[in-house]
Design a protein around this ligand. Structure first.
Ligand code: DX5
Ligand code: ZN
Length: 220
């Protein structure tokens, strides 16, 4: 199955003093998903935003909201994010003691469920969890900050995961990439089998409309 390319601007890189217009611009300029980075200062060294912000942007967009939970106790917050309007929720394998239970809980709330692997977290987690996932997010940077450099080992890891999913009747599971993706490397990332493309600084730095358009053109 060839998955549709989905461009997911990471709001972490937007102008938070104009959040409403940034959100509306993402939709107007053809983004497919809004990526929201939730950081707790424990799992990652940074603190960002929570369900309150998800709730406040929800009425201003018809795009699905993708909540990437970089927090140590994701189970405690699934309901809060679902109530706030999340459409996709992903949890890190490194901090989830009961992944099957957590993924099931996310689906019970009618959200798409995903696990996230840090750059050197073994793919075995994804292999074993894939049948309970709608998508798998492979980090191409260490989570915590926007604007970091893409770690090239992502490409081999992503290729392996895509092959595994396709070989095992799990080709409906989508692969999301997050970190350091820009116009000049999106093609490699898509060729490796990712279709949900998160980009923060690669989209919000400069002209958002042009950057979204050029990302799409780069993979044709
Ligand atoms: C990193 C976040 C990313 C980040 C991506 O921890 O999960 O979503 O915002 O930003 P860029 O595209 O600038 O690397
Ligand atoms: Zn993210």
């Amino acid at each position: 199955m060839n998955h549709q390319l989905k461009i997911a601007p990471s709001l972490l890189a937007c102008d938070f003093s104009n959040l409403e217009s940034e959100v509306k611009n993402c939709e107007k300029y053809g983004a497919d998903i809004l990526h929201v980075d939730v950081m707790d200062g424990h799992f990652v060294p940074n603190i960002t935003i929570g369900p309150l912000i998800v709730k406040s942007i929800k009425p201003h967009t018809s795009l699905p909201i993708d909540c990437h939970l970089m927090i140590t106790n994701p189970d405690d917050y699934i309901d809060d994010f679902a109530d706030a309007g999340a459409d996709y929720i992903s949890v890190h394998a490194e901090v989830c003691n009961h992944l099957h239970r957590t993924l099931t809980k996310i689906k019970e709330r009618n959200c798409k469920a995903g696990i996230v692997l840090n750059p050197v977290t073994p793919l075995q987690f994804a292999y074993d969890a894939a049948e309970y996932c709608d998508f798998i997010l492979l980090m191409s940077v260490n989570p915590g900050f926007g604007g970091q450099s893409f770690i090239p080992s992502f490409l081999e890891k992503c290729t392996k995961l895509r092959e595994h999913l396709d070989r095992n009747g799990l080709n409906h599971v989508e692969i999301e990439v997050d970190g350091g993706v820009k116009i000049d490397n999106i093609r490699e990332v898509v060729n490796a089998g990712a279709n949900m493309i998160v980009s923060g600084s690669g989209l919000f730095k400069g002209d958002l409309e042009k950057n979204i358009r050029e990302m799409r053109l780069a993979v044709i």
